[in-house]
Structures are given as structure tokens and as C-alpha cells.
Design a protein around this ligand. Structure first.
Ligand SMILES: CC/C=C\C/C=C\C/C=C\CC/C=C/CC(=O)SCCNC(=O)CCNC(=O)[C@H](O)C(C)(C)COP(=O)(O)OP(=O)(O)OC[C@H]1O[C@@H](n2cnc3c(N)ncnc32)[C@H](O)[C@@H]1OP(=O)(O)O
Length: 281
């Protein structure tokens, strides 16, 4: 995509600068003037983990793209090894109640915004997509992945119960028996395995090729009336979004109780220690 053909803007600046001083642009949005397709790039070093500010930036960017009458959204990463490492586990560890409430609500809203977006959505998965990283990719309508990476929801492996809307993200892409086995095993798929079960639609050999395949998918709706397309998509997806649309507070309460339980906190401590020790060896 040529720079001269794109408009570039960044969100998350103000929110992030309040709490961190490292990097300021959590998300980057480039709109191709020719195709009208927006590329939404996750840009939170080191591994695009989703903390409160990141999810807010993602949601705000998606709303801004919809408001700008773009023709579609491609979700990707500025990191060439990691698409997203999922939720920022530090947000879940011994959380302060008010921030945890804001964090979980932002997760609900970010997921709903992506899952029910009026626009065609596609993910150019140019690195590992774990847990909520996989959930975001699954919430898109099309997925193109680079070889040599992994994708999946491994929550049960480290002692987490999978919330219903995360189950639904998988169910909107994979058949029920496959979802059941994958979630209960905490299975992480290689690119090849993901293609075999249709968790991803295509494999691309470079990020540029992945972006181009995503753009072709979005272009395939050129003949569809955008309003009819959007309303039909909403109708098709409403069932899986029902819990969060109708009873977000109930889902929030259940999740908060679970996250703050000693059972969850103990397994999180053990998991985080394991993750950190990997880099000390
Ligand atoms: C009845 C109950 C009803 C309902 C239940 C309700 C609620 C339940 C609550 C939660 C449910 C569970 C939901 C889970 C969703 C999630 O998304 S949890 C996140 C899970 N993600 C992971 O486990 C990913 C772990 N990371 C990795 O495997 C690797 O980092 C990765 C392959 C992505 C990249 O590898 P590499 O390039 O080698 O990088 P490093 O491993 O060195 O990582 C760099 C530093 O970043 C830290 N880090 C990595 N991931 C995270 C993360 N997700 N959160 C916070 N920090 C992370 C890592 O420790 C390194 O830090 P360091 O440099 O060592 O300080």
C-alpha cells in the first residue's frame, strides 16, 4: 500500500500517555484512498497484549473507521511475530475493583464492536494469535495467516474457565464438536492445522500478501448493498452476541466473581511465573 494513497491516523495516544510513557500509538489506521479499505494495526509492544487502554483504542478506532464510511476493516499487527497475545494478564492479577470493571466492560464492548461491525472485516494474522488474540481474529469474517505461527484458545490449560462469548466466537467459525474438543484440550493450532479445520481461510507467505488477500475478500462485497449486508450480518450474528447485548451486567458479575476468586488468582500466579521464567533461562 503506497503511503501517498493512504490517510494515516492514530488513536489511544491520550489514554496511553496518561499511564505509560513508552509508546503512544496503540493502534494505527490507514485508509487506502483507492479501495476505501482501512487497515487497523495493533501496535502495543512487546506482544499486543490487550489492557484497558488497548481495547479502548481498538474499539474507538473501529468506530472511527465506521464513521469515516470506509469499505472494510483489515485487522493486523505491527509486530512481525505476534498478532496478539490476548488479554493483558497483569490486568487480571490482584486487580483493583474499579479498573477490573472498566477492563471487562471494555472487553465486552470491543468484542461486540468487532463482531457486529457493519463493515466487512478480515484479519491478516501475521504472528501468534493466542486466547483473546484468536478471539479477535475469529470475530472477523475472514482470516489469512502466515506460516509458522500458532492460533488458539488455551485457557483451560492454565486453569481458566472460558466465558460464553469467547465460546461463541469459536462457534461462529468452527463446528460444535471441533469447538468442544479444542476448548476442552486448550488446543493451540499451527497455521497448517488451523487451515485444515477452517479456523483460517487462507495462508499467505508475507504480510503484504495477507493484506492483499484480505482486501480481495472485502472487495468481494462490492455488489452487495452495504445496508442490506450490514443488517443481514447483524441478524446472522445476533444469536451469538445475545448474552452480551441483553445481559452484559450478568456476564460482568459472573466474570468478576471468577477472576477475583482464589482459585483463579492462584492459577494466574503460577502461569505468569512460568511465562516470566522463560525469559530468565
Ligand atoms: C464460571 C466462570 C464463568 C466465566 C469465566 C469468566 C472469566 C474468566 C476470566 C478469564 C478467562 C480466560 C480468558 C482468557 C483470555 C486471554 O486472552 S488470557 C491471555 C492468554 N495469553 C497467553 O497466555 C499468551 C502468553 N504469551 C506467550 O505465549 C508469548 O508471550 C507469545 C507467544 C505471545 C510471544 O512470545 P515471545 O515473542 O517469545 O515473547 P515473550 O514471551 O518473551 O513475551 C514478552 C513479554 O510480554 C509478556 N507477556 C506475554 N504475553 C502476555 C500477556 N498476555 N499478558 C501480559 N504479559 C504478557 C511476557 O511475560 C514477557 O514479559 P517480560 O519481558 O518477561 O517481562
Amino acid at each position: 500500500m503506497l503511503r501517498s494513497q493512504t490517510k494515516l491516523f492514530a488513536l489511544g495516544k491520550r489514554q496511553l500517555c496518561r499511564s505509560m510513557s513508552k509508546s503512544c500509538d496503540l493502534t494505527l489506521v490507514e485508509v487506502d484512498d483507492k479501495t476505501g479499505i482501512a487497515t487497523l494495526t495493533m501496535n502495543k509492544p512487546p506482544v499486543n497484549s490487550c489492557n484497558l487502554e488497548m481495547m479502548r483504542a481498538l474499539k474507538d478506532s473501529m468506530k472511527q473507521i465506521e464513521g469515516n464510511k470506509s469499505r472494510g476493516i483489515i485487522l493486523t499487527s505491527s509486530n512481525n511475530k505476534v498478532f496478539s497475545s490476548g488479554l493483558d494478564l497483569n490486568e487480571l492479577r490482584n486487580p483493583e475493583q474499579e479498573r477490573l470493571v472498566a477492563f471487562w466492560k471494555e472487553l465486552q464492548e470491543m468484542w461486540l464492536t468487532l463482531y457486529l461491525s457493519n463493515l466487512p472485516t478480515a484479519a491478516a494474522i501475521n504472528g501468534h494469535a493466542l486466547a483473546v488474540g484468536c478471539v479477535m481474529a475469529s470475530a472477523c469474517e475472514y482470516r489469512v495467516m502466515l506460516p509458522g505461527f500458532t492460533i488458539g484458545i488455551h485457557a483451560t490449560k492454565f486453569g481458566y474457565v472460558v466465558p460464553p462469548f469467547i465460546v461463541n466466537s469459536y462457534l461462529s467459525v468452527l463446528p460444535r464438536p471441533v469447538v468442544e474438543r479444542a476448548l476442552l484440550q486448550g488446543k493451540i493450532f499451527s497455521t497448517d492445522e488451523a487451515q485444515q479445520i477452517n479456523l483460517i481461510d487462507e495462508v499467505a507467505n508475507s504480510k503484504e500478501e495477507a493484506l492483499s488477500k484480505c482486501a480481495s475478500f472485502i472487495g468481494s462485497f462490492a455488489e452487495a448493498n452495504p445496508v442490506a449486508r450490514a443488517l443481514t450480518k447483524r441478524q446472522l450474528r445476533a444469536e451469538f452476541a445475545r448474552t452480551l447485548l441483553d445481559e452484559p451486567e450478568a456476564e460482568l458479575k459472573e466474570s468478576l466473581e471468577y477472576i477475583t476468586s482464589p482459585l483463579f488468582q492462584d492459577s494466574l500466579d503460577a502461569y505468569l511465573a512460568k511465562l516470566k521464567s522463560k525469559n530468565k533461562k
